[in-house]
Write a protein that binds this ligand. Structure first.
Ligand SMILES: *Cc1c(COP(=O)(O)O)cnc(C)c1O
Length: 390
């Protein structure tokens, strides 16, 4: 069987009669039927085929097929954004009076869905800590239906033991969902450890070039069937144009990620050694507390590092203002190296206590290491650390 790099390149929809080498863009909202009977049979789902791009489109199907292969999943649904994918997983699989167990370190908008939107429909959520995985069992209620986690977490880079989480889910008959955005399917495959569904913000490393938004959920057929019904009826569909770009991006996912990881390891070691840096977190650094777990479930550690320079918030702000090349932005997973101050931006809606609980100190900085020459990244970090010294 072909290897993943090959599948990410060679998986494609059928060629048109023009025999084009690279998949073209199918910008069409609808498709035609050859006869009255053909239309009836397609709507009755007796024969497969494209009807309308809210339901399916060749570009979207190609992107889904590749992601299903890369994640060792059975089936999938693509969405306009990562958040549409996350909502598209919880909404069809849960009902009023159900309960979610979720890790405390969650992407900000996922936290808002769990604490602001779902409670209005009678769905409740309890947070558990990555550090206390042994205690999760006690937080399960008779109505708990889903376990939702991120590993590595954003921005704390806490890891959750996927096999252990899958064991707990199996024991209590929970739907086990993993947001795998940070790791990408190249570095970690939660399905191999027992996850039922894997979601991604394709906006990050899957596009990888900061161009388009997208999301996807892949996993077991029995769940994807319900996800597809919900997506077809409610319409959070991925646009064919974005699907076309994302499918092309997957062709270079492996080489891009290898370079992100190589650059990130060099930057992490540089920060770890630097006299002005108090704490550097990167899952494959020897000083990382969960390095053994990281190596057991990830191929490499990814492109995101966190660190705090001496001097707390003021130092972090001065550091950001001293950068010359690196970009200050809230995004991640781009070719360009990005520096983010989570406490004042991505995680500013959390209270001080909530931030402290997920390891976001006032001076914490997150770096999404890009694909520039690493000497240039280190040079900018060096001068910004020097100039920001109080
Ligand atoms: C960005 C992100 C999301 C949301 O994705 P969008 O494409 O911005 O909607 C969800 N989870 C994680 C971990 C993310 O980084």
């Amino acid at each position: 069987m072909a290897k993943k790099e090959t599948k990410a390149i060679r998986t494609r929809v059928e060629k048109t009669p023009l025999r084009e080498h690279s998949t073209p863009l199918f910008l069409t909202s609808g498709f035609t039927f050859d006869s009255a009977e053909a239309g009836r049979a397609m709507f009755a789902e007796e024969v497969a085929g494209n009807i309308y791009s809210r339901f399916s489109n060749p570009n979207t199907s190609e992107f889904i097929d590749k992601m299903v292969e890369l994640e060792n999943a059975q089936d999938g649904v693509a969405y306009a954004t990562g958040m549409a994918a996350i909502f598209g997983v919880v909404a069809p699989l849960l009902k009023s009076a159900d309960h979610i167990l979720a890790c405390r370190s969650l992407f900000g908008s996922t936290h808002q869905i769990f604490t602001q939107i779902l409670p209005r429909w009678g769905i409740s959520c309890t947070y558990v800590d990555a550090a206390d995985q042994g205690g999760w069992d006690e937080r399960i209620q008779p109505n708990t239906r889903m376990l939702f986690i991120e590993t590595p977490s954003n921005p704390g880079l806490d890891l959750i033991d996927l096999a252990r989480a899958a064991e707990l889910s199996a024991k209590h008959d929970l739907i086990f969902v993993v947001d795998n955005t940070f790791a990408t399917p190249w570095l970690q495959n939660p399905v191999d450890f027992g996850a039922d569904l894997v979601v991604h913000s394709a906006t990050k490393y899957i596009d990888g070039q900061g161009r388009v938004l997208g999301g996807i959920a892949v996993g077991k057929k029995e769940y994807v069937r319900d996800l597809r019904f919900f997506a077809r009826q409610t319409g959070p569909s991925l646009s064919p144009f974005n699907a076309w770009l994302l499918s092309k991006s997957l062709e270079t996912l492996a080489v891009r990620l290898e370079k992100h990881c190589e650059n990130a390891m060099i930057v992490a070691e540089f920060l770890d050694r630097h006299a002005e840096v108090e704490q550097t977190r990167y899952p494959f650094l020897p000083s990382f507390p969960q390095i053994d777990l990281a190596k057991s479930q990830m191929r490499a550690a990814g492109g995101v590092i966190t660190f705090a320079a001496k001097g707390g918030y003021d130092r972090a702000a001065r550091f950001i203002d001293s950068l010359k090349m690196l970009t200050v932005s809230a995004n991640l997973g781009d070719t360009r190296t990005i520096v983010t101050h989570p406490a004042s931006t991505t995680h500013s809606k959390l209270s001080d206590e909530e931030r402290a609980a997920v390891g976001i100190s006032p001076g914490l900085l997150r770096i999404s290491v890009g694909l520039e020459n690493c000497d240039d990244i280190i040079a900018d970090l060096t001068q910004a650390l020097r100039r920001s010294k109080l």
